[in-house]
Design a protein around this ligand. Sequence first.
Ligand code: AQP
Length: 329
Amino acid sequence: MDRKIVYSGIQPSGALTIGNYLGALRNFPALQEAYQCIYCVVDMHAITVAQHPAQLRKRTLDLIALYMACGVDPENAILYVQSHVPEHVELAWVLNTITSVGQLNRMTQFKDKSQKQKEIYAGLLNYPVLMAADILLYQTELVPVGEDQRQHIELTRDIAERFNTRYSPTFKIPEIMAPKVGARIMSLQNPKAKMSKSDADENAYILILDEPDAIRRKIKRAVTDSEGKVVYSDSQPGVKNLLDIYASFRGISPEAAEREFASSGYGALKEGVAEAVVEGLEPVQTRYKEIREDKALLESVCKEGAQRASYLAQKTLRKVYRKVGFVQK
Ligand code: AQP
C-alpha cells in the first residue's frame, strides 16, 4: 500500500534557530519510516522579503545539509529545492484565482511582516497561496510545522475544499501536526514574540549552529522578570519559554522541567537550559560540518530530489489543468 504523504518546507531566509529546530526540523526524521516524507527548501518563499542572492544560494545548500544532519535520509524522504520544481508556481497561479484577497489580508504573518516593509509587494501577500500549492501538489495528509503556521494550514484546507467543490474532488485535505512541546519557541529578548531567524537582534535567537559560548551568553542575557520564582505560567513568559526550551531538549514535559528547577534561582535555571541546548545541538553540529563540505553530495541530493518531486507534482498538476479547462499540450 502507498504510504501517506507528509510535507514540510523551511525558508533559507537566514541561519536556522532552535525555534525552527524544535517546532519542525527535529520532528522530521521519525516520520520517514511510516510516511512518504517530502521535505523542501522553500527558496521561492524566501524571496518574498529581500534576500542577498549569493547568500540565498549558500543558505539553500546549508539548509539541505542541515536537514541531513538532523537525520533526514534522502534515500527515503524526498529532499529538494522548491525553485527546481516549477509546478509549485503553476499550481499557485490556479489557486490564486480562488483565494480571496480579504482572507490573505487577515493572515497574521502577512500583517507582521508587512509592517516591517517600506513597500508591500504582492509576493508577500500571496505567500500563503504558494504554500497551499506546495502542500496540495503532493496530495499531502500531514504537515509537521510549528504553531505559527496553523493559520496558513487552515487557509490551505479552505482553498482545497473550494477547488474540490467548484470542480470535483481533486485534493486531499491536509492536517497540521504540531509537536506537543516546542511548537512555539519565543524570542529570548521579547518573550511575547516568536523566535525568528530574521530578527534584527541576534540575542533574540539561538542558532542551531551557534557555538557553545554563544549559546551560553545568549541564554544568560535572556529576559526574565522580577518574580524570582521558577514557575511555568503565562504571567512569566520569559521563564516559561526557558522551561519550554529545556523540556524540548530533554524530552520531558514543561511541568517536569518546572519541578526540576522549583528551588532554583534564574541563574541556575539559565545554566541548566544552556547545557541542555549545547548537549542537544552538539551531534547535529558535528554531522553538519561533515555533510556541508561534500558539495557533490548536496548537488546530487538536490537533483535526485527534484526529479522525484516533479514526477508526483506533474500528476496533480495535469489533473488540475484538465479540471479547470486548459487544452492538453
Ligand atoms: N519560534 C518558533 N517556534 C516553533 N516553530 C517555529 N517555526 C518557526 N519559528 C518557530 C517553524 O519552523 C518551520 C520553518 O519556518 P519557515 O522558515 O518556513 O518560516 P517562519 O515560520 O516564518 O520561520 P522564521 O524563523 O520566523 O523565519 P523568518 O524570520 O524568515 O520569517 C515552520 O514549520 C515553522 O512553523
